[in-house]
Design a protein around this ligand. Structure first.
Ligand SMILES: *Cc1c(COP(=O)(O)O)cnc(C)c1O
Length: 417
């Protein structure tokens, strides 16, 4: 039956197209290119490097005492773990539902990622966290606010305090987000951010480490490769804080450069406005998918103020073949969905049991959640109308494929031109 196909709605936008760099960032980048002092410690007399200014501005935005700009979000995490003194063989707790650079940062130090179960709202499971902290004796949790979903942060920090576990926040998906008015990144002893193209500010690659602890800040600056020029930092502790450390901390170069900092500085001021626009897109998607039989939305708590650069929903208990059919049908209509239940990692969707180097133990609750977890990007180049259209397409296909008697009947239906 192809009769209705001509009227079938399609989406023609790109799920990977971000907004351009703001003109002010382009102009500042050109200036850096013209003077040629790209390295953060290459400054003219009296000049303050773009990187140092960016750190100061991001620290002020977040309300953190110290901020270090680095080469990537992944580097920020290894730097924070090193600053915390993580050693080879040490267990480090982390979310089972996260992205590959998180366990990768732990493994890069020879430490051992210990994966914690995920609940249906895509946040860390407190019961399993408590059990694994006890079983492994871990003293650190690298907490990933994966896809922007935040656990009840005061409750989590209280639990970790009781367990003697310190928290490093991975805020790659929560830059500008808040829990009960407190910014994400202000709960742990350290926090890590990414300015990679698909996050909330775009410099291609880049990241930040933030903390209020002068010793951790000084260690991070030295680790990032400060060549004894740490006094040129502004969002860092005074030189005295470096005295006892400067000959003890290895240089593991991973600095940010002035070109990227120039691109990023005007974007810090845009984070609030971007959050508001992402919220509009998120609400349009939620409204468009609400009350769709077979599809479950995650619960977003009142206290959470997210920066939703992506959207997730669950297809609980759907057979894999049905989900594959849904993804193909949506793709044929221009809607790019990712599935965390796929047997093989595809693009950005690898799963804890794909990280064989970490010898992951089976996590039945996480397996159940990820088996039906669908994910999509919401770039700011989409309008609310775009999102409403995308939601109509997903809803129609979820109804059609979810209610088909067999997957074979679905496969026989028209999917593409
Ligand atoms: C992107 C990302 C990071 C950091 O990644 P980089 O690409 O190294 O900047 C960290 N954690 C999560 C969950 C991410 O998605």
């Amino acid at each position: 039956m192809r009769t209705s196909f001509g009227t079938m709605e399609r989406f023609t936008g790109s799920f990977t197209q971000q907004e351009p760099i703001p003109e002010a960032g382009i102009a500042a980048a050109l200036e850096v290119l013209r003077h040629g002092r790209l390295h953060r410690y290459n400054t003219a007399p009296g000049e303050v490097a773009e990187t140092a200014l960016l750190e100061e501005e991001f620290a002020a935005f977040l309300g953190a005492r110290y901020c270090l700009a680095v080469a990537s979000g992944g580097y920020a995490m290894t730097c924070a773990l090193r600053a915390m003194g993580v050693t080879a063989g040490e267990p480090v707790l982390t979310n089972a539902f996260t992205l590959a650079p998180v366990p990768g940062a732990i493994a890069s130090l020879g430490a051992r990622p210990v994966f914690i179960e995920t609940n249906e709202n895509l946040t860390i499971d407190f019961t399993h966290l408590e059990r694994m902290a006890g079983e492994t004796g871990a003293r650190l949790l690298l907490l990933s606010h994966m896809r922007g979903h935040m656990a009840d942060m005061p409750a989590l920090i209280a639990l970790c305090n009781r367990l003697g576990v310190k928290v490093i926040e991975d805020c790659a998906h929560t830059m500008g987000a808040e829990w009960a008015g407190v910014p994400s990144g202000r709960f742990g002893v350290m926090a890590c951010f990414s300015t990679q193209t698909y996050k909330h500010m775009n410099s291609g690659e880049g990241g930040f480490v933030t903390t209020d602890d002068p010793e951790l800040a000084a260690r991070s600056v030295l680790l990032s490769g400060s060549y004894m020029l740490y006094a040129r930092h502004r969002a860092a502790p005074p030189p005295e804080a470096f005295e006892g450390l400067r000959l003890e901390i290895p240089n593991v170069s991973g600095r940010m450069d002035n070109l990227r900092a120039a691109i990023l500085r005007p974007q810090v001021a845009l984070l609030g406005e971007r959050r508001a626009r992402w919220t509009v897109l998120h609400e349009a998607m939620q409204a468009g998918l609400a009350a769709t039989p077979g599809l479950r939305l995650t619960h977003r708590p009142e206290a959470e103020r997210h920066v939703a650069s992506s959207f997730q929903f669950l297809l609980p208990d759907w057979a894999p073949a049905r989900i594959t059919a849904l993804i193909a049908a949506c793709a044929a209509r221009g809607v790019e969905l990712k599935w965390f239940g796929a047997p093989e990692p595809v693009a950005f969707t690898s799963r804890y049991d794909h990280w064989l180097y970490a010898h992951p133990q089976p996590l039945p609750q996480t397996d159940r959640v990820l088996a039906g977890l669908i994910d999509m990007r919401l770039p700011l180049t989409f309008s609310a109308e775009d999102v409403a259209r995308i939601a109509r397409i997903i809803r129609a296909e979820v109804l059609r494929i979810g209610q088909a008697e067999t997957v074979e009947t679905v496969a026989a239906a028209p999917l593409a031109d």
